[in-house]
Design a protein around this ligand. Structure first.
Ligand code: NI
Ligand code: MN
Length: 230
């Protein structure tokens, strides 16, 4: 599984010859390294409806024909816009040609222009090679992260920005609960009010846990396999 960071909480996954985007916030993302016109996708998974996560989903899916995987209410909204969607609910999983996706709890909110869009979600993805990825979405710290960790996480994408999600200290505790092989920080430095020191967070995590931290700059990639980084 090749993982590319596009800034904020936007990630591109390549596995089994397919491209899956998570939270494709490109337009308005000051750190995006691509434009929405350049993004290629077979599937888009959206954690929740906030603009900095739903992002360019409609434009990219409209142009590429990518199927959108999202919580029920958000999926219905996008289907009404003409997109191909698959609706899930928290705790429910579904198999796709690239692997299996389960939506898991996150503690946040999810609305679009004031309209309720179902609950927020985290994303668990197991690809056909058995690599397990967790994208936490926007969330505060919660102790059931240890249940999510029982999936055996090869990589965890965790917000550290504070203000709208857990901050660096709680994100270290999250790593303790999740016990992923590698943790990658996200949802920080996009805007001044979520500025954080990712290098300091890496030191804290690696001091307190056995998890390795990889800080990717927008446009950078890594390869994750069962057992951690390739
Ligand atoms: Ni949000
Ligand atoms: Mn957000």
């Amino acid at each position: 599984m090749k993982l590319t960071f596009h800034g904020h909480s936007a990630w591109e996954i390549e596995t089994g010859g397919l491209r899956i985007w998570i939270d494709p916030f490109i337009t308005g993302n000051p750190h995006a390294d691509v434009t929405a016109d350049q993004a290629q996708a077979d599937y888009i998974i959206v954690s929740h409806a906030h603009r900095d996560h739903l992002g360019d989903t409609e434009a990219i899916a409209g142009r590429t024909g990518a199927r959108v995987i999202a919580m029920n209410e958000l999926a219905i909204h996008l289907a009404e816009k003409g997109l191909a969607t698959d609706a899930l609910q928290i705790g429910g999983a579904m198999s796709f040609p690239f692997g299996r996706v389960k939506l898991v709890p996150a503690h946040h909110s999810s609305s679009l222009d004031g309209t309720y869009m179902g609950s927020e979600a985290g994303i668990l993805l197991r690809d056909q090679e058995g690599t397990v990825l967790y994208h936490a979405g926007d969330t505060g710290l919660f102790s059931d992260m240890q249940l999510i960790g029982r999936a055996g996480l090869d990589a965890a994408l965790l917000p550290i920005g504070d203000k709208y999600t857990m901050g660096p200290d709680d994100a270290v505790t999250a790593v303790e609960l999740l016990q992923p092989r590698v943790a990658l920080p996200m949802h920080y430095n996009t805007f001044p009010f979520i500025a954080q020191d990712a290098a300091a967070w890496k030191s804290d995590v690696e001091e307190r846990t056995d998890t390795k931290v990889l800080v990717l700059q927008p446009g950078e990639s890594c390869v994750v396999v069962p057992g951690g980084l390739a």
